[in-house]
Design a protein around this ligand. Structure first.
Ligand SMILES: [Cu+2]
Length: 202
């Protein structure tokens, strides 16, 4: 009996140890506001964006939510550009609803364009280097009503560590890893409780 629970404990701990390796997707987050627009504009709207680069680096996924815009959003994009500059659209959001947008863009669909990186690696470099931003456009502010610079490792914005399973969940792998973690934790707790109960009965 004791041997069996030891095996469960070892399995649980192994799952915990392996989990970080599975969570290799990179996640970047940013807050959207009119203050971040170039030049800044005074609006009530705000939002937040989570952008994830998949494990295999072939997909960029976004999850953006916002509120209090001056009207329905007209479009949303990830643009190329430093925090103090405006630049061309690098990744278009397929659709924007009243409250947000989620979706993904595949490397195979990237065609480049004027002023844009030549290839997909260049796109990922720009995102990682803090040289891109999320922009939500409205009719009143066609140049962009709320904006947020995507973080770079150099601290150009806030970077969410890969261990943040909640932020990574949209990619799918994060969700299953979270499940593995939870199961491991529950098994561990169960094992501990059972041993405690057995010990008490003696
Ligand atoms: Cu745009």
């Amino acid at each position: 009996m004791r041997r069996r629970w030891s095996a469960v404990l070892v399995a649980g701990m192994l799952s915990l140890a392996l989990a970080p390796a599975v969570l290799a997707a990179e996640t970047l987050t940013t807050e959207l506001s009119g203050d971040n627009a170039v030049p800044p504009i005074e609006v009530d709207g705000s939002g937040e964006a989570t952008v994830t680069i998949s494990d295999d680096e072939q997909t960029v996924t976004w999850d953006v939510s916002y509120s209090d815009l001056t009207g329905a959003p007209a479009a949303g994009h990830i643009h190329l550009g430093a925090a103090d500059a405006n630049g061309p659209v690098m990744i278009p959001f397929a659709e924007v609803t009243e409250s947000g947008t989620t979706g993904s863009f595949a490397a195979a669909d990237y065609a480049g364009g004027e002023g844009l990186p030549d290839d997909w690696d260049g796109v990922l470099d720009a995102i990682r280097d803090g040289n891109s931003y999320v922009n939500i456009h409205t009719e009143a502010n066609p140049g962009g009503e709320i904006r947020g610079q995507l973080a770079g490792d150099d601290g150009a914005g806030a970077t969410t560590p890969p261990t943040d399973t909640e932020a990574i969940a949209p990619t799918g792998t994060g969700g299953s890893s979270t499940a593995v973690l939870l199961v491991a934790l529950m098994l561990g707790a169960l094992a501990g409780l059972t041993r405690f109960a057995v010990a008490r009965r003696r």
